[in-house]
Design a protein around this ligand. Structure first.
Ligand code: AMP
Length: 189
């Protein structure tokens, strides 16, 4: 069983690469951003709460996010393994994920970090905004999301390094090159 955290800043290509990896390795894909956007679309109470944070470029509070993640995980697994995309985004989330998997007799096999220079992230997200229809892909909110990433999410790089799980991969170049670099790591896990 391979449980993988795909990690990186907004615009680093986590979603695109996850889609390729789930197919190749027959893993389940949990994108917390997708889960929240589906709730917004369905007009649920959770969706209404989430929308305020998302439109503002802020993170949904940890307690709420951890409960959502556990519910989604238990709906999909037991299974061959999961790619966690967009979760964890804070140290308390990483600790909760570790505990949750332990309680279910499994663990994270590796954290794959997509490294992309800052100026490329902004450019990619602005371009994506032209077609994604995402309310948070506008210049102002992108700036906030990149700041939130630096202050709240990037500390996870050290956290996973200390856990002995961090694998950094060059996150720019062709899709195929990036995918090959990720697969080379996964095949060794
Ligand atoms: P994403 O699609 O991963 O870029 O997520 C879009 C937005 O959803 C983020 O900017 C956050 O507002 C929210 N979000 C997604 N995943 C999480 C998470 N693990 N913790 C807190 N907020 C999240």
């Amino acid at each position: 069983m391979k449980n993988i955290v795909i990690f990186g800043a907004p615009g680093s290509g986590k979603g695109t690469q996850s889609a390729l990896l789930v197919e190749k390795y027959r893993l389940k894909h949990i994108s917390t951003g997708d889960v929240l956007r589906a709730e917004i679309k369905a007009g649920t109470e959770l969706g209404r709460t989430a929308k305020e944070y998302i439109d503002n470029g802020q993170l949904i509070p940890d307690g709420l996010m951890i409960d959502i993640l556990a519910g989604v995980y238990d709906g999909l697994c037991p299974c061959e393994g999961v790619i966690f995309d967009g979760f964890p985004r804070t140290i308390p989330q990483a600790e909760a994920l570790k505990r949750m998997l332990e309680e279910r007799g499994t663990s994270i096999s590796g954290m794959l970090e997509l490294d992309v220079p800052d100026e490329m992230l902004m450019e990619r997200l602005i371009n994506r905004g032209k077609t994604s229809g995402r309310a948070d892909d506008n210049e102002e909110t992108i700036g906030k999301r990149l700041n939130v990433y630096k202050s709240q999410t990037a500390p996870l790089i050290d956290w996973y390094e200390k856990e002995g799980l961090r694998h950094a991969v060059k996150g720019y170049g062709s899709l195929e090159e990036i995918n090959a670099a990720l697969c080379a790591v996964i095949d060794r896990l």
